[in-house]
Design a protein around this ligand. Sequence first.
Ligand SMILES: *Cc1c(COP(=O)(O)O)cnc(C)c1O
Length: 285
Amino acid sequence: MIPSPISKISLEGREFYVKRDDLTDTFLAGNKFRKLHTLLQTPNEKYTKIISYGGTQSNAMLAIAALCKRKSWEFIYYSKPLSQTIKEQEYGNFFLALELGMKHIEIEHTLYRDFIASLRVNIDEKTFLIDQGGASVLAEEGLRVLATEIRDANLEVKSLAIPSGTGATALFLAQSLPEYKVYTIACVGDTEYLKEQMKALAHIPENLIILESDKKYHFAKPYPEFLEIYKQLLDVGIEFDLLYAPLMWKALLEQVDENVLYIHSGGVSGNISMLKRYEKKSLSF
Ligand SMILES: *Cc1c(COP(=O)(O)O)cnc(C)c1O
């Protein structure tokens, strides 16, 4: 496999390196590409079907849809009932995933929890279940590959940064690169919740540093300062996602002095939906 390239950008008078995992594929990109590495390397005959569940704007959902298309696997995705708006949209992750062949099934709110729990029980050997967001030890191997690429790039930089949802990416990366500092920040929920999720996967290594935001941000809500950072980064040549990256960059610029290699975690395909919401809030360009 060819390592993803590394770019150098200048932001607020500082230099940053960026590991361009956004360039691995149009849809199977960023940390989801790394997390799905093991399945991507699995022979096609091993499975006929992949099952997953969660939000319908999820980047993981789209990446799994792209994976299944490549592997000729059926992909069934369960979610809570959808709004008519999302169903009718001809852009965004949900639309793209359906285009890639995903079969979507809605489960009533009251039944959802029990239904998801029952998936694990009723699975057959030709079916593979991917937990919400791809948070599992399945992710470990792909992040070891990323770690090797970073080590082999031999940059003078010894600090990395990647934003966290479930925290699986940051955790496994830090585990594989004990000689680096890995900065992350909780984008979904608070730091305590992030730590809990991480601990469910593995011991949190000492080189993993969870930065704290001075202000509380709600996941997937539009904020003017997020759009500002997004635009600044776009101006220097790289598009980042609008949900996770702005918070990580903000914390880096405000709290970290040393040179950093930022690991691009993908998610750019979701920006079109998010930008429309910014437009509605008249925070647009
Ligand atoms: C999924 C995702 C993350 C979070 O990854 P975790 O492994 O769940 O912490 C970060 N950035 C982007 C763009 C993502 O799509």
